[in-house]
Design a protein around this ligand. Structure first.
Ligand SMILES: Cc1cc2nc3c(=O)[nH]c(=O)nc-3n(C[C@H](O)[C@H](O)[C@H](O)COP(=O)(O)OP(=O)(O)OC[C@H]3O[C@@H](n4cnc5c(N)ncnc54)[C@H](O)[C@@H]3O)c2cc1C
Length: 480
């Protein structure tokens, strides 16, 4: 980056917070080391005013900007391309807790607060902030909002979009929009915050948010179940919802290949169940009832469900420690795959009722394409969300597997989800990896509309270039 730019940015954020050369490199590679780019520099503002001044300068100078939170996104959205022409704007230093309001059940956090800390702040206030994802130690509230993160408690509490009341955003030209309203009802005009949620940093920089707090459950019950097949899991899910209602907080499906992989990855962790099963389910129920009554209701529901043959074996968590161990198995699957190398990652959603058929037919098609593939299939079944991540056979090199089969397998899975009126991206977003696929699953009208929004908010197209929006073969995406 030319020295004059570095000097000017240093006057805004301080020289220690402008990183160039080798110091910038770690920021240009994503968490899984799949997407490697090159940054002009990394700038780390410590306040909204500094973000605004950096953005105003970049707008004036025509410098493109890639916003970055915890850099845990899985589809390449948080790192620049290899041109070295973009600046990374790291939000990590913008990490103050501005306020916690127990009466109105809200908290105002800056974008760089990690999800782990956000959950801790809520807990200290005697409340719950329910977003729960495996990357919570690193991912940040700004990144969670920009990706509309989902995770394991969506069933009960919704996605990140459902957990926010107001936003503060710095626009591409540096202007600050103060939309930090904390109202549950507010129909006074367009609800503009939704433009910035789930749009992966292509329209503005989220600097702070008003988040909802929820009552902390007094009781939590958890079970790790062996089930014969996904159809049994589906019946079980319907039954438990009917019996326990909204108390069913998580319902996660895990294939036996995923279970084998994660147990080997964790090492010392033994399976909660003595035998092996075709499929596993992790189910959590939480409520404001006392623990003893909640345990009774949960056990009775599982026991009655067992009569139908939907459960082959069950282990109940008898302590917080055991519950944490159950969750560890589920949460480490993603890292286990990263370490094993050579998995094709697809994050699809289909109508809940279609899940068993989708898994069966897609598994057959993938095994026809690449015999010996390990079927790492898991996910938030209660939300209709399946992480369908075929993994190379043990004897095949990762690169060779991905080169020969990667694209074909992605097509099989995404086409099958699309044919069932599902989505090619349930919760991980688009980034660069899924961008061009949007040309096949979204109408021309929808993509042109998206480009119109982009041009209106970011006329110079400086914010997170090359992400989310595919290039259309007309003037639709040219600068206004
Ligand atoms: C082990 C593991 C488990 C995961 N589990 C889940 C899961 O269950 N559910 C789920 O939904 N995701 C999951 N993810 C994906 C990822 O953690 C989420 O997408 C997360 O919300 C990203 O947050 P981040 O702070 O790391 O954002 P980043 O990766 O830094 O950025 C994500 C996108 O948001 C933009 N961005 C970041 N901050 C801002 C900001 N302040 N303003 C504007 N744009 C911004 C970036 O440019 C980028 O496009 C998982 C990832 C890992 C590694």
């Amino acid at each position: 980056m030319p020295q004059n730019h570095l000097n000017h940015l240093s006057t805004i954020v301080g020289a220690a917070n402008v990183l160039a050369g080798q110091d910038a490199e770690p920021y240009a590679t994503d968490y899984r080391r799949v997407y490697r780019g090159k940054a002009m520099a990394v700038v780390r503002p410590g306040s909204t005013a500094e973000v605004s001044a950096v953005m105003a300068y970049c707008y004036e100078q025509g410098i493109s900007v890639v916003p970055q939170g915890g850099n845990t996104s899985l589809l390449g959205g948080s790192v620049p391309d290899g041109s070295g022409q973009s600046l990374i704007l790291s939000l990590s230093r913008l990490n103050n807790v501005r306020s916690v309001d127990a009466v109105n059940a809200t908290m105002v956090l800056e974008a760089g607060v990690t999800l782990h800390r956000a959950r801790g702040v809520a807990e200290e206030a005697g409340s719950l902030f329910p977003l729960r994802i495996g990357s919570e130690g690193s991912c940040q509230i700004g990144g969670n909002l920009s990706t509309n993160a989902g995770g394991t408690a969506v069933l009960r509490y919704g996605n990140m979009r459902d957990l926010v009341l107001g936003l503060e955003v710095v626009l591409p030209n540096g202007e600050i929009w103060d939309g930090l309203r904390a109202l549950r009802k507010d129909n006074a005009g367009y609800d503009l915050k939704h433009l910035f949620i789930g749009t992966e940093g292509t329209l503005g920089i989220i600097t702070a948010a008003v988040l909802k707090l929820f009552p902390r459950p007094r009781s939590v019950c958890m079970a790790f179940l062996g089930v014969p097949d996904p159809a049994s899991a589906l019946s079980l899910f319907g039954y438990l919802r009917a019996r326990l209602g909204n108390d069913v907080t998580a319902f996660e499906l895990i294939s036996s290949d995923a279970m084998d992989l994660v147990l080997a990855h964790i090492g010392c962790q033994a399976s909660p169940l003595p035998g092996t099963h075709g499929w596993y389910v992790l189910v959590e129920s939480s409520s404001t009832a006392d623990q003893a009554s909640a345990d009774d209701a949960f056990c009775a529901a599982l026991s009655d469900a067992g009569e139908h043959g939907w459960i082959a074996d069950a282990a109940l968590a008898s302590s917080d420690r055991q519950a944490a161990d159950f969750w560890l198995i589920r949460e480490e699957i993603s890292d286990a795959q990263t370490q094993a190398r050579g998995s094709v990652r697809c994050d699809v959603s289909v109508p809940l009722s279609s899940i068993p058929g989708f898994i069966a037919s897609t598994t057959t098609a993938v095994l026809n394409q690449a015999p010996g593939t390990r079927m790492i299939v898991y996910g938030h079944m209660g939300d209709g969300n399946v992480h369908f991540n075929p993994l190379r056979p043990t004897q095949t090199e990762a690169e060779a597997y991905l080169q020969v089969h990667g694209e074909a397998i992605t097509r099989i899975i995404d086409d099958a989800a699309t044919a069932l009126a599902g989505s090619i991206s349930a919760e991980h977003g688009v980034g660069v990896a899924k961008r061009d696929e949007l040309l096949t699953v979204r109408s021309r009208t929808e993509l042109e509309l998206a480009w119109k929004v982009k041009r209106a908010l970011d006329p110079r197209r400086l914010l997170n270039p090359g992400k989310v929006l595919p290039t259309l073969d007309s003037a639709a995406n040219t600068a206004a």
